[in-house]
Ligand binder design. Structure first.
Ligand SMILES: Cc1cc2nc3c(=O)[nH]c(=O)nc-3n(C[C@H](O)[C@H](O)[C@H](O)COP(=O)(O)OP(=O)(O)OC[C@H]3O[C@@H](n4cnc5c(N)ncnc54)[C@H](O)[C@@H]3O)c2cc1C
Length: 391
């Protein structure tokens, strides 16, 4: 068994670290203070994404992406995850279900999105439908040769900068006919309802949008009618693994900052790192990140090799998200504690990490939902996916 990074992967990781240090971290202060970036800063950062070749890391080079496998994406997203303000979302990664589009759909949506000329946002959640997407009330009904979409979507991440949506709707209100529609934001009937404020600082917004009798054609059905749940699940699986990656980057930064602070900060005549209470917090932080990251890399490696069933990957992605996001939450909490009063100041990255990591236990399926997915796998196929080492 050889678990070392290849020289190419090591070089990619270093390139992503360099990008984070040079492009994302210098924007943190502005993002925190103005709750987002100025149009000039965002435009400059987006140019840097293209210059660095970090646009659409999750899509094939044939579609204008970077063609990185899951493991390579993890290496990159882990480095980006060190940045606060969700600046990791500046480098766009068009939603993975767009890859099943027809050539015509790819020309209109995916390829311009990979180039950074368009941006998507994925709209599943509603006021009454969160953990249980079968409760979605957004409907699509046949009208002549097209479709009429009616409904309202909540928490649409990056909906402010997106120019089209992937809307998860039920044909004729039937959950067994869930379907993803490509909906341009400038179509008549697409309306911004409001833009709520959230706990974290996020470079973009998560608005609520209404779709009032929005008309689209058959050309805007992504995949097939009835395939919506499977496509949305593919999106969840990819995003859950990437949440694992970003939370590990964030947790590692929290350790770096805490170790540096504890070595420098003196009380009672000694650096506080010399107090065992502080040293033990740091020890738990490092040991727990080592464990969570080992799971993340192992699952990323399995996914990249492709020798894993969809069902198994679904279950393992839930384990990754659960373990990494909960570990990172505990690490950030300890980091705030180690920083004392300074840890409560927004100008300190540990404060922002603490606030921003909270959502990773909620979005793309709460920790409870991840446990349900894992429990389901245990009941159906036993614990082998989790406890056996891949051969
Ligand atoms: C900042 C932010 C950005 C988001 N971005 C997007 C986006 O871009 N697109 C999108 O579609 N959605 C997005 N979401 C929505 C997110 O995925 C949902 O909030 C999440 O899935 C939980 O759904 P809910 O909020 O309706 O909570 P609920 O489903 O109402 O859950 C409430 C509580 O009940 C628990 N619970 C529910 N069912 C069960 C169960 N069966 N067993 C045990 N416990 C259960 C939950 O774990 C939770 O603790 C975003 C949310 C946030 C906060």
């Amino acid at each position: 068994m050889d678990i070392r990074l290849t020289p190419e992967d090591q070089a990619l990781k270093e390139r992503a670290r360099g990008f984070t240090d040079a492009v994302l971290l210098p924007l943190e202060r502005e993002c925190e203070e103005r709750d987002g970036l100025s149009p000039e800063s965002l435009a400059a950062a987006r140019r840097s994404v293209l210059d660095a070749g970090f646009n659409a890391i999750n899509h094939t080079s044939a579609d204008g992406g970077q063609g990185f496998d899951t493991f390579q994406q993890i290496l990159v997203e882990e480095e980006w995850g060190r940045a606060t303000g969700a600046l990791w979302d500046v480098p766009w990664r068009p939603s993975i279900p767009l890859a099943v589009g027809t050539d015509e759909q790819k020309e209109r949506y995916l390829r311009p999105a990979c180039r950074g000329e368009r941006r998507d946002a994925y709209a599943v959640t509603e006021e009454g439908a969160g953990s249980d997407p079968t409760m979605v009330r957004t409907t699509a009904r046949r009208d002549g040769s097209g479709w009429v979409i009616e409904g309202e979507k909540w928490h649409v991440t990056a909906g402010d900068v997106a120019d089209f949506f992937l809307v998860h709707a039920h044909v004729d209100g039937d959950p067994t006919r869930s379907t993803v529609f490509l909906v341009d934001k400038d179509l008549p009937g697409v309306e911004l309802v409001r833009t709520p404020k959230y706990m974290h600082t996020f470079v973009f917004e998560h608005p609520i949008f209404a779709f009032r009798d929005v008309r689209v054609g058959d050309g805007e059905v992504l995949g097939e009618v009835g395939q919506g749940f499977e496509l949305t699940k593919d999106w969840f699986v990819e995003e859950r693994i990437m949440i694992g990656a970003r939370t590990m980057g964030a947790a590692t930064r929290a350790i770096d900052l805490s170790l540096a602070f504890a070595s420098e900060r003196r009380q009672f005549g000694s650096p506080i790192v010399d107090f065992q209470a502080v040293e033990f917090m740091l020890a738990d932080m490092a040991a727990n990140v080592a464990a969570a990251k080992a799971l993340l890399y192992r699952v990323g490696w399995q996914a990249a090799r492709g020798e894993i069933s969809r069902k198994e990957l679904h279950a393992l992605a839930s384990a990754v998200k659960l373990v990494c996001s909960e570990t990172a939450g505990r690490v950030a909490d300890a980091a705030v504690q180690i920083h004392g009063g300074r840890g409560y100041m927004r100008e300190q990255p540990v404060e922002r990490l603490w606030r921003e990591l909270r959502v990773d236990r909620i979005w793309e399926g709460t920790s409870e939902i991840q446990r349900s997915v894992i429990g389901n796998e245990l009941r159906k196929r036993g614990h082998g996916s989790f406890t056996d080492w891949p051969s």
